[in-house]
Design a binder for this molecule. Sequence first.
Ligand code: PMP
Length: 363
Amino acid sequence: MDRAHNFFAGPATLPVEVIEKSKEAAYNFNGMGMSIMEMSHRGKEFDTVIKEAQADCLKIMGLDDEYAVLFLGGGASTQFLTIPTNFLKTKAEYVVTGAWAKKALKEAEWSAKHANLQANAIASSADANFNFIPKDWKASDDADYLHLTSNNTIYGTELKETPDVKCPLVCDMSSNMFSRPYDFSKYSLIYAGAQKNIGPSGVTIVIIKKSWLEEKGNPDAPTMLNYNTHVSKDSLFNTPPTFPIYVVGQTFKWILEKGGLEAIKEMNDKKAKLLYGAIDGSNGYYKGSVANVEDRSSMNVTFNLPNADLEAKFVKEAAALKMYGLKGHRSVGGARASIYNACPYESVEALVKFMEEFAKNNK
Ligand code: PMP
């Protein structure tokens, strides 16, 4: 198949090898004459699928079974509430770097309000329309946890380093999960909707430090929002999203085959360099929307053209060349190219070539 140049922000492009594997498994899994979608989540076949995915996930992160890997439904958005439900005892702190971070804080505020607790933003870039990552903040040592968002999908900012804090660290990695190495052992909980970098929509991955859950988790949390439920049943308390888990497992194998996160980061840096280079070298025709160069995301590249009409024309002409998904998020406008792990370098080359031609033809 002739693949399009896919710049959608999520659901987003997947490795072609993973699509091929999934196609086969969707029809005839392991030669069994039935689809992976048609068999029990309690059978030995699916058990192998989920166990391998969990083991590969920890391998990619350089973690061991000190952490549990969960595959849940409900999207990353459900985690916004699940986290305070399990861990908010006195006060939680949030660095608000975008719309998703704001939504996470809102759920914690809801939990806090109903139990007379605190959920506080300790830093925010809201006044600058989230065009930078605030760095001059200090988390309270005694906070129940600090919540971060490592990549702000809508605004195109990314947190490149893990901050040193004394309280447990929680991070929404939905839009840059497994795009670069982090010191994952510094985190107590990481979560991500799969649909950007690691699979299709429908499954949310949660990596949780078991000792934190044992010591601090709320045993009275409602069943489906209780991490203990899912850790104790190894993500099989109820029917999990089996097919998305299969695809995520294949994506993990693809990451390992590529050489792991160092190799993936190298590929991503090369693409980002090319695209930001085209923006910076356009004599101001394309304007990056992130204030500080060091905060620029290597996943979601956001930029503006001279006016909204040209932006609409740009997106339309690009689509005619099979370059899809370049419209900025509806809340901010402009253009956005999401260049996740599976986006080939050639797609970014094609985009850059188109950008140069478009700028020349639309002065
Ligand atoms: N966090 C981030 C950083 C996101 O980009 C998104 C979705 N675009 C979400 C959370 C919400 O994810 P979901 O749709 O899986 O609830």
